[in-house]
Design a binder for this molecule. Structure first.
Ligand SMILES: Nc1ncnc2c1ncn2[C@@H]1O[C@H](COP(=O)(O)OP(=O)(O)OP(=O)(O)O)[C@@H](O)[C@H]1O
Ligand SMILES: [Mg+2]
Length: 342
């Protein structure tokens, strides 16, 4: 099957006066139709920059400097063509016709995404009128239907509400309704449950999974929470300092992790089976400052399996180690590495 989205060697850097932040520095992953891909990694590892790159929402001084973002785009005539989103003009017609219609985003800051001076109904209807060939009455009907689908009580009345009048959970539902307004084939959710309590979080995750099945859409779900990944993802991409360390089906990542970083991440989750009083292992060291990236594998200064002269000398490539998992680590990689600066 051809992936719906195929990200290859994506590099997005920020060119600041103080230096270059290599926020995303060679990321590869695929998303197949109807699949839920979870991207997980600690704060600052480049999750948001990756998906902002996919949406062509990177602003100066940031820039996509290399790589491909291949997407199965449906043009106005309904024909499918594979286009490279990385090559599109961020302000051009094509990406504007894709954003919100074929690929929708639930951003990391939902409060900031709704305008406080327009009702949520106006904003959902505006998205529908922009992308679908319908009149205002039909747009209104679709908006009510979407709000109903996401479990909004009294959807007809709620059309007239402002985002700040809604509780966190309802605002998140309204955001999901707006992102689904035009039936996207890919929904990208950037930490959509971080700001809400655990009960509401579980409801929102279930809701997303129900909608995903109903609409047969693919989801990229971004989080730093492995518990959330276990609940929602089919396939997991583990990121560290702008690179993919490991990727594979969710059960392999949890029960058969290969990369020392994935293993360390999993060990740092509390378990109800751990003996009482046992200290929770943490990953030694801290994430380096963006300006002082380590040479070689970015994880080597914190890695228990560090091999001097190997891991700090070159960057390992992401390579399939079996028919399910890919790992970027010299413990597994005997192929030529990427020599830095190349
Ligand atoms: N506009 C910008 N200018 C300079 N650096 C940036 C900018 N946006 C992001 N960065 C840097 O890029 C790196 C990746 O940031 P990103 O927001 O993608 O992290 P994240 O994985 O989404 O983290 P979080 O879990 O905290 O949301 C960080 O070092 C960040 O400081
Ligand atoms: Mg982020």
């Amino acid at each position: 099957m051809t992936p719906l989205l195929s990200v290859r060697n994506l590099k997005t850097h920020f060119f600041l006066d103080e230096g270059v932040v290599k926020a995303v520095d060679g990321v590869d992953f695929d998303v197949f139709p109807g699949q839920v891909v979870g991207i997980v990694g600690e704060s600052g590892c480049g999750k948001s920059v990756t998906i902002k790159s996919v949406m062509q929402l990177i602003q100066k001084p940031g820039r996509i400097i290399d790589g491909q973002i291949l997407f199965r785009h449906h043009d106005e005539a309904g024909r499918e063509t594979i286009i490279d989103l990385a090559q599109l003009d961020p302000h051009g017609k094509t990406i504007r016709s894709i954003r919100g219609a074929e690929i929708a985003l639930i951003p990391q800051e939902p409060m900031a995404s709704f305008s406080p001076v327009h009702t949520i109904g106006d904003q959902i209807m505006e998205a529908i009128l922009l992308h679908l060939d319908v009149d205002e009455e039909e747009a209104r009907r679709i908006a009510v239907e979407r709000l109903h689908e996401v479990g909004m009580p009294n959807p007809e009345q709620r059309l007239n509400a402002y985002s700040w009048e809604l509780s966190g959970g309802l605002r998140q539902r309204a955001m999901i309704a707006m992102s689904l307004a035009c039936n996207p084939r890919l929904l990208i959710a950037d930490e959509p449950t971080t700001a809400i309590d655990v009960t509401t979080q579980a409801q929102v995750l279930n809701l997303l999974l129900t909608l995903q099945k109903q609409h047969n859409m693919a989801i990229i779900f971004i989080t730093h929470d492995l518990g959330v990944i276990a609940q929602i993802a089919d396939f997991v991409v583990v990121m560290y300092l702008g690179r993919v360390m490991e990727s594979g089906p969710v059960e392999d990542i949890f029960f058969n992790p290969q990369h020392p970083y994935t293993k360390a991440l999993l060990e740092s989750i509390p378990s109800i089976y751990a003996p009482a009083g046992k200290r929770l292992p943490t990953i030694e060291g801290s994430i380096p400052h963006p300006f002082s990236r380590p040479s070689g594998c970015p994880f080597h200064p914190r890695c228990k399996a560090f091999m001097p002269g190997v891991c700090n000398a070159a960057i390992p490539k992401l390579k399939a180690i079996n028919d399910r998992q890919s790992v970027s680590c010299f413990l597994y990689d005997h192929a030529p590495a990427i020599v830095e600066g190349s």
